[in-house]
Ligand binder design. Structure first.
Ligand code: KG4
Ligand code: ZN
Length: 401
């Protein structure tokens, strides 16, 4: 059983192909995992520009598919290029009505290749930037139509949440750990900040969320104020680490708030901390390297303490057996260390798991993983191939877990 997964919710065009384990076995084979990032392109804007993301996805997705098929050893060229049948061409014209450029690249590529062994097509239906999501959704519809294979819509946040469960034994082999429930997950990315309670597989309740900016967004905005490039998370983290390595105490001159840390709920607010960075920087006459490192150190500490404090509070209330971190910000090594250390000290019985670095930022392997678990355990989420129903499949930028 081969599953092909597509991810285009933000600024990464990604396709992964995995072979799902047969009954009784728990080994997943990662046949390919291709990610093409648009970070460089969005950098001058200091954030992701949705229409630019859409254009890039349209341009890159067929080459990404080609690489993914080649890596998986599933790319076979026809002896001679042959045009697609009329009825297929007519269908594709409708599917790619809004992506004329992708339409042309798709047709050219598909008249050259034979049908690969793919059994189901998983794709990110949401949440994310609607114009970007639509490219992946229409591409998935087109693949389903041409290959006559079922579709499997996946929630991007479920992908992030389940990503820590994939443990590789070699580059290509992995197993999916079976977590103890209940799970408490902290999903922290450029677009989301959520605490999710899961009492069993596929059952999710969002118990806390941000009231304004997402954590990743706060990192990106604070970085911009400090004159650091996009994406700001890794930059701030590097600067903060530099300060920590000096082994000196903070001067105490650059204190930032820990917003909502004492509120009784599990919600967050990160826009105030970014504004506090702005006011602080405006008052610093000469922002030297040393000062900037200290401000980054304070910023990272403030965010980490806020996240940790809410997760600790939620742990007391909900008694989870497992804590999972997911999303781009979860790759932050200080946040990871503080979570591991604090839980070991306060709740040693709770297992804390984080995704491998490559799987914390956006990728299609996590979509393949969530898709494979749905395929095996939740048949109703699989949309059997039906050429007439394909047109009813839509992206949903706000799809909640
Ligand atoms: O999950 P992701 O790749 O995309 C979304 O779904 O949003 O997350 C991207 C976010 C960006 O805001 C980026 O600055 C942040 O994750 N990020 C980090 C780190 N690496 C990426 N934030 C803090 N520390 C990091 N090491
Ligand atoms: Zn994401």
């Amino acid at each position: 059983m081969n599953i092909l997964a597509i991810e285009t919710s933000c600024d990464e065009t990604a396709i992964s192909i995995i072979e799902i384990p047969h009954a009784n076995k728990n080994t997943t084979t990662i046949l390919s995992n291709v990610v093409v990032s648009q970070i460089e392109l969005h950098r001058p804007y200091g954030g992701v520009f949705p229409m630019l993301a859409k254009r890039e996805h349209s341009k890159n997705i067929v080459p990404v598919l080609e690489t993914a098929l080649r890596d998986a050893d599933l790319l076979k060229l026809k002896k001679k290029t042959s045009p697609l049948p009329e009825n297929i061409l007519a269908g594709l014209k409708k599917i790619f009505e809004r992506e004329p450029e992708l339409h042309d690249i798709f047709i050219e590529f598909f008249s050259k290749i034979t049908t690969p062994k793919i059994d189901v097509i998983a794709f990110t239906r949401g949440p994310g930037l609607a114009p970007a999501l639509w490219v992946g959704v229409n591409f998935a519809r087109a693949l389903s139509f041409v290959w006559e294979k079922p579709l499997l819509p996946v929630n991007h946040m479920e992908g992030h949440m389940l990503s820590p469960l994939l443990k590789r034994t070699t580059e290509k082999k992995a197993f999916i750990t079976k977590p103890e429930y209940p799970i408490l997950a902290l999903l922290i990315s450029g677009g989301h900040t959520e605490i999710v309670l899961s009492k069993k597989l596929f059952s999710y309740k969002v118990i806390g969320t941000t009231r304004d900016d997402a954590v990743g967004e706060a990192f990106d905005k604070a970085a911009r104020i400090l004159g650091l490039p996009y994406p700001g998370g890794p930059e701030i983290s590097r600067q903060a680490d530099r300060f920590r390595k000096k082994g000196i105490a903070a001067s105490g001159k650059y204190k930032l708030p820990r917003p909502m840390i004492h509120s009784d709920d599990f919600d967050f607010s990160f826009s105030g901390i970014k504004t506090a960075v702005l006011y602080m920087v405006q008052k610093i006459p000469n922002l030297t390297e040393d000062i900037r490192e200290e401000v980054c150190f304070e910023f990272e500490n403030a965010v980490t303490e806020t996240l940790l404090s809410k997760m600790m509070k939620a742990t007391i209330k909900y008694n989870p057996q497992t804590v999972l971190l997911g999303g781009g910000v979860a790759s932050n090594s200080h946040i990871q260390k503080e979570f591991h250390d604090s839980f070991k000290k306060e709740f040693p019985e709770v297992s804390v798991s984080v995704p491998e670095k490559e799987l914390s930022t956006d990728n299609a392997l996590m979509i393949a993983l969530a898709g494979s678990l749905r395929f095996l355990g939740d048949k109703k989420s699989v949309l059997a191939f039906d050429s007439r129903k394909i047109k009813n499949i839509k992206a949903d930028g706000n799809w909640s877990l």
